[in-house]
Every structure is written in C-alpha cells, then in structure tokens.
Design a binder for this molecule. Structure first.
Ligand SMILES: [Zn+2]
Ligand SMILES: [Zn+2]
Length: 546
C-alpha cells in the first residue's frame, strides 16, 4: 500500500504488509517530500500523512531508504519522531541524513543501520536483499523483498547506464538471477515510461561538458542537483582538462561535497578553490558548480543572476549551464533566472541546446529489459503521475505480464495468495511543513492562507453605547485590498459607510444580540467590497457595547 508517490512524482512512501488484518506486520520503503510551489503560500515542504502508519506503529518493523533524493528520504527527520522505527540506508544516504540533521538544530537523532548493495537482512517475515542500480546519486538500490508467499522487486529509481560517472552499472546479473527464482510482483519506476528508446549515458554528458568548458572564453558556471555527485565529478574533470579550477557554491552543495569527500567519491580530483581565492582567478581559469537549478530564490545561482554576492560575480561573455531538468511547477522561477542572466550578457546553455543533462530514470527500452530480467507475474507501475503510470501499465501488458495493478495512494492491494485484489483503503492526505510546525491543511490554516493571498482581509471594529447606538463610526483596517474603486473613491471609506449602515438598519431591539450585529456587518462589508472591487475579502468583525 502506497501512502505517497503513486499518481504524483514526489513524497514516496510505500508499505508492504504480511499476514491477515489484525495480525499484520509491515515494512516501509522510503519517506520523501514534495515541494510546495506557489499554490501553497508560505509552505516549505509537503509530506505524506502518516496517521495510518502511526496506528500500525507497533507492527512496523523498519523503514528502508532506497536513496538520498528528497522525494525518497526528505521527510525522514520530520516524520521519524511519529514512527520511531529502525531506519536502514546505504552509507551515503546515512551520512547525508546525519549531515542534514547537524544543520537542523533540534532534529531527531534517527538510528540508522547501514547496509550495502548485495547485503541481505531480515525484518519480521520479510527478507530484504539490496541490489545495485544506477541513478543520479551515489548508492541507489533496488530491493528484493522476499516473503513466504513470494518475492516483490521494488526497483526504486533506476536506469541502465553501462558507463555511469560513479559506482557500478545496474546489476543485471543479479536481477536476472532473481527473475529466475520467480518474482510475484515488480513495483517499478514509471517516470520516463512515455519516452521511447534508451537514456544516454553519463559518459556522453561528460564529453559534452568537456567540449563546452574547453571552448568557453569567460567563466563557466554549472548548476545541478547537489546530490548528483557523479555530475559534480564530471564537471570537475572537464574543468581540470581545460586547465580550470572549481569553486562550489551553495550550502547543500558543500554539505554533499563534504560527505562525498569522506566516502571517497571525490578521490583523484584537484582540491576546490575557496570563495576568497576565486576572485584572483582569471575568467578563463574558473568553473563554478552551484545550487539553484530549480530557480530557488535564495540559492547561489539566483544570487549571481541578481549580482547579489559579495565575492563572486558573473558578467558579459560568461556561460551558465543548466545541467538539470525543471521540476514541474518551477518553470517560471527558472525562466526568470535565465532571463536575468541573458539580460546581463551571460550565455545560457540548457539540455535542449546540448547534451548537458540526462535523466536518472528508465526509458521504455530500459523498462523492457527490466521486465525481461524479472519476468514478474504482477506489474505495479509506481513513481509517476497518472499519464506515466498509464504508459507503463500499457507497456507491461504489451510485454505479456499477466496482471497489471493500477494502484493509487491509500489503496491496499493483496498480491498473494490468489489474484491481486484491492482489499482495503485508508484515508491518505498530506502534511505541510511550515516554519517549525507540521500538520494537515486544516491544522496549518493552509486554505485560509490561500484565500487571504487572493482576496485580502478586512477587520471591522463596531462600538455601541448603552442605548445600542454607534458611539463613533466603525473602524476598518483593510489588508491586501485596492485603495480606490473605479471612480477613485476610497474603498475603506465605503466599507465604513457599509458597516455603519448595517448597524443602523437593524431595529434597536435586535441589536442586543451582538452576534446579529456582527453577522450583519460582516455581510454588508463583504457585499460592499464585492460591489467596489468584484472580490470578497475575508472579514473579521468585533462588536463591543459600553
Ligand atoms: Zn531519485
Ligand atoms: Zn524519485
């Protein structure tokens, strides 16, 4: 049963259960976040609602993290205190989680048991085997989850790349052997199920980056996800070949570099230069690797695009390479940054200009090969929006898979015994992280806040004397409303008149009920705003009697 990540790309959280209802043991795979975007003003992160999981906590044996992308591990620190479950991760994921925890004072101390690709461990009735795959981050794994009723292969995020920048290629030999043993169900990445062919290799990206950096005349800045250590290596190697030195910019970039250094992933590279020394480098001797590929306004790239950095600047003739894709929803912010750079004479190169990025997810030929290796009885398309899931399901049917299960968040499918059937459904929702707090949309006031962002707020103070007459004109404070109407009349003045008129229109005898006054004033003020402006703000009315 997925609680997140199916029907969307983001906040993955998959549950596997064994045993009858009431006596069922669980494991969880991944615990990720989604990013909020402009629909959720003020919200930092979105994560799966764990209410169901909390109710099953006593029978939850472990949480296994497939890799350290935010959509797979980004909610661990925030949600772990609700679950208090043993966590299992590869060394890179564990180290990055630890580094992140150190950057967040007060974050939970999460106990992590480390495993490596090739390892096996048991959690209750589940026997887990981690299998090496290639993706766009160090140490991603697929999981073979064995139970007395059959094996599920949960791929996590993966692709096939015979020449990755880091780590070994996807372990075809082991996956074939597991396929030979017999696999009940394949729960597989659908992200690129609509793209024909095979993904290009990271080696081709490396060659292309080399060429661009060699030919560039000014500084070159490359923006990518900080967790893409292979890409950082590719850029550093290309820089070295062109006789340039590398500066890393951005907090998360430095955090990942520290962890990677410790684990040996940057071995053999020239040391990075410091921001202080960077100023002394000639333009054609400098490469910057920096955060901000998604248009984040506080990230290093956004600051350079606004020329708002004390020691580092980009100018006419420099090049910025977007070695990344745009996460849906970020296009506008990214476009603004590109335009800002172009306006300042910077050359911008994106992945449709040159091969400066490849996705870490399998295209259709790679999916075909996975199905050929695993030969599952049941296919469960995962990690995708509805269109991706549908394309994947159609492909699985084409490849002759017996049963294709169109699963969605909150639906529990019984894979065995018998035919796969949806047997239960639990409410699924989202938690919102906002400032220091986490809660449902209701608890966090998200819907109200969205309304306020669209139509503002009006506070009205009505004061009556002992005879229930107005002492003075009502007081009105309007936030986020236009100042004047079409005729140039002040809107606040009109609202004051409307509030006073509403009080006076209530027969004196009925004004004793202050709730009646409050509601009449609220309606009148909303109505007046609508007449003047065409929109209804939120209105709060205070009524007092001397
Ligand atoms: Zn990933
Ligand atoms: Zn993912």
């Amino acid at each position: 049963m997925p609680l997140g990540g199916i029907g969307e790309i983001g906040m993955n959280l998959a549950l596997y259960g064994y045993g009858p209802a009431g006596n069922r043991e669980w494991i969880a795979v991944d615990c990720g976040v989604s990013f909020a975007g402009p629909d959720f003003p003020g919200v930092d992160l979105i994560m799966p609602d764990t209410t169901f999981l909390e109710s099953e906590r006593h029978s939850l044996k472990g949480l296994i993290i497939t890799h350290a992308h935010e959509d797979h591990y980004g909610a661990v620190l925030d949600l772990w205190p609700r679950l208090k479950v043993p966590v299992y991760a590869t060394p890179f994921t564990a180290a990055l989680l630890q580094a992140k925890r150190e950057g967040e004072p007060g974050a939970a101390k999460v106990p992590v048991t480390i495993f490596n690709a090739g390892d096996r461990f048991d959690l209750g009735p589940f026997s887990i085997e981690a299998i090496n795959v290639t993706h766009s981050i160090p140490e991603p794994v697929a999981l073979a989850i064995r139970t007395p009723l059959g094996t599920v292969l949960h791929t996590g995020d993966w692709k096939i790349d015979e020449t990755p920048a880091l780590g070994d290629p996807t372990d075809e030999k082991r996956l074939r052997e597991i396929g030979d043993e017999g696999v009940l169900a394949l729960v597989c990445d659908s992200t690129n199920a609509m793209r024909e062919g095979d993904s290009p290799s990271e080696r081709d990206v490396n060659a292309s980056l080399k060429e661009i950096i060699e030919q560039a005349e000014g500084r070159v800045a490359v923006t990518t996800f900080s967790s893409n250590v292979g890409r950082i290596r590719s850029v550093a190697e290309a820089a070295e070949a062109a006789g340039r030195q590398v500066l890393l910019m951005g907090r998360s970039m430095k955090r990942v570099a520290d962890v990677s250094e410790e684990l040996g992933y940057l071995r053999g590279l020239a040391p990075f230069v410091s921001e202080q020394d960077f100023g002394y480098l000639p333009k054609d001797k400098a490469v910057i690797v920096l955060t901000g590929s998604q248009g984040e306004p506080r990230a290093a790239l956004a600051r350079l695009s606004r020329d708002d950095h004390p020691t580092v600047a980009l100018s006419q003739g420099d090049t910025v390479i977007f070695s990344s894709r745009s996460i849906p929803g970020n296009e506008k912010a990214i476009g603004d940054i590109k335009n800002g750079l172009i306006e300042r004479g910077v050359i911008v190169i994106e992945d449709h200009d040159k091969l400066v990025h490849v996705s870490g997810h399998p295209r259709r030929n790679e999916l075909r090969r996975m199905y050929d290796w695993i030969r599952p009885r049941i296919a469960v398309p995962a990690h995708g929006e509805p269109a991706h899931l549908r394309a994947h399901a159609d492909l699985a049917r084409e490849l002759g898979v017996d049963q294709v299960v169109p699963l969605r968040n909150g639906k529990m499918v019984r894979l065995a015994p018998g035919e796969p059937t949806i047997v239960d459904e639990v409410p699924v929702g989202r938690f919102y992280k906002d400032g220091f707090l986490i809660g449902s949309a209701e608890e966090m006031g998200i819907n109200e806040r969205r309304r306020l962002s669209l139509a503002g707020h009006v506070a009205v103070m009505v004061e009556m004397d002992s005879k229930l007459e107005l002492v003075v004109d009502p007081e009105v404070v309007a936030m986020g409303l236009p100042k004047r109407d079409e005729e140039g009349e002040g809107i606040v003045e009109a609202l004051i008149d409307a509030a006073a008129g509403a009080v006076e229109s209530i027969p004196r005898g009925r004004r004793k009920d202050l709730d009646v006054v409050r509601e009449a004033v609220r309606r009148a003020v909303r109505g007046e705003a609508n007449d003047a402006w065409g929109k209804k703000p939120a209105v709060t009315v205070f009524v007092t009697k001397r």
